[in-house]
Design a protein around this ligand. Structure first.
Ligand code: KG4
Ligand code: ZN
Length: 334
């Protein structure tokens, strides 16, 4: 079964053709990074206009790369939320149009569930029960998956999402946007031990996250260097910040897996493409837990994960009506 996947929840227009939820025939991403760079963040109106401009040519290109035509497609999958309303609307409308005109099943997909599902697309092994972690630009959510399609939220961020913190710290350091890849790059030359940053503290026991204290600590360090007219050790700051994020994530994974007595963890979202964090986690849990992190291109926004998850939904007889709506506030576990 060939599924056409469409993803326009944020600032990437993505289209993929995936067979039986596993074989990726094409997976294309038209990034808008250059467009939003000057604003240090995503401008929703600009994002939706760009999606509208590129989506149909991208679908054509994706079908071409997969060497198929629309006639060969068996179902259409689209991210219906969460995300930016105007951006979601473009993908959802195009998917509905294709499904309606060709009389194909339509499957609305939760973007967060798709980020988690990327691990099943990338690896044959993950088996339930699992702990799942989404670390993206808009979300940081820790979930317990007792079985297929059954999610329980264990914790989420109380302030900034992990990726948002990377973006804000990069902005403080005047490094550009998006922050994650830039911080990862310059941190390679830095020494984390030169800059001390705090770990978040909570009054009660919780599996929630907090990144804003860490970001504010970076801000104060930077202000201090500037006040004293000292050269800013951006590389050391980046390395220390990245290490703290890895530690925060590692701590929560350790606590959640021990609470739920689970030995397998799946991780998805843009921050999971960070090589330092990937290596930190695999070292920390070597011989204790199996950590499944998909290759970087399947961690950041893509449509292959959308098409793969849709295959799974279709197998369970789940489809969406042509009245499918864009749901900007869809939760991880809905
Ligand atoms: O999952 P994603 O592509 O889009 C959302 O659903 O949000 O995640 C984007 C986020 C951005 O905040 C970006 O800075 C971060 O992921 N990111 C990274 C890296 N690549 C992207 N964060 C840390 N290290 C990276 N290499
Ligand atoms: Zn995402």
């Amino acid at each position: 079964m060939l599924i056409l996947g469409i993803e326009t929840s944020c600032d990437e227009t993505a289209v993929a053709v995936v067979e039986n939820g596993k074989k990726i025939h094409s997976s294309l991403v038209a990034s808008q990074v250059e467009l939003h760079k000057e604003f240090y963040g995503i401008v929703p109106e600009v994002a939706s206009r760009k999606h509208l401009e590129v989506i149909l040519p991208l679908i054509k290109k994706s079908l071409g790369e997969a060497k198929v035509s629309l006639k060969d497609i068996d179902a259409v999958a689209v991210t219906s939320g969460p995300g930016l309303f105007g951006s979601l609307l473009i993908g959802v409308s195009v998917a509905k149009g294709i499904a309606f005109s060709l009389n194909l099943p339509l499957v609305g997909i939760n973007h967060l569930e798709a980020h988690l599902y990327a691990a099943f697309l990338a690896f044959p092994e993950p088996s339930f029960p699992l702990v799942g972690l989404i670390i993206s630009g808009g979300h940081t959510e820790l979930v317990y998956l007792s079985k297929e399609g059954k999610y329980k939220l264990l914790g989420s961020t109380r302030d900034d999402a992990a990726g948002e913190a990377f973006d804000k710290v990069a902005r403080i350091l005047e490094l550009g946007y998006p922050g994650g890849p830039i911080i990862e790059k310059i941190a390679q030359k830095g020494d984390a031990s030169n800059i001390r940053l705090p770990m978040p503290k909570f009054k009660e026991e919780t599996l929630d996250f907090s990144f804003s204290g860490l970001k504010t600590a970076v801000l104060y360090k930077v202000k201090n260097f500037r006040k004293k007219n000292l050269p800013l050790p951006s590389e050391d700051i980046a390395a220390s910040f990245q290490l703290q994020v890895a530690k925060i994530i590692g701590e929560r994974i350790a606590e959640a897996t021990s609470l739920k007595k689970v030995k397998q963890v799946i991780i998805g979202g843009g921050v999971a493409s960070n090589r330092f964090i990937r290596e930190y986690l695999s070292r920390k849990f070597m011989g204790k837990l199996k950590i499944f992190i998909p290759p970087p291109a399947l961690c950041t926004d893509n449509a292959a994960m959308v098409a793969a998850l849709a295959y799974n939904k279709l197998k369970q007889g789940k489809t969406s009506p042509l009245s499918l709506e864009a749901k900007p506030n869809l939760k991880a576990c809905s």
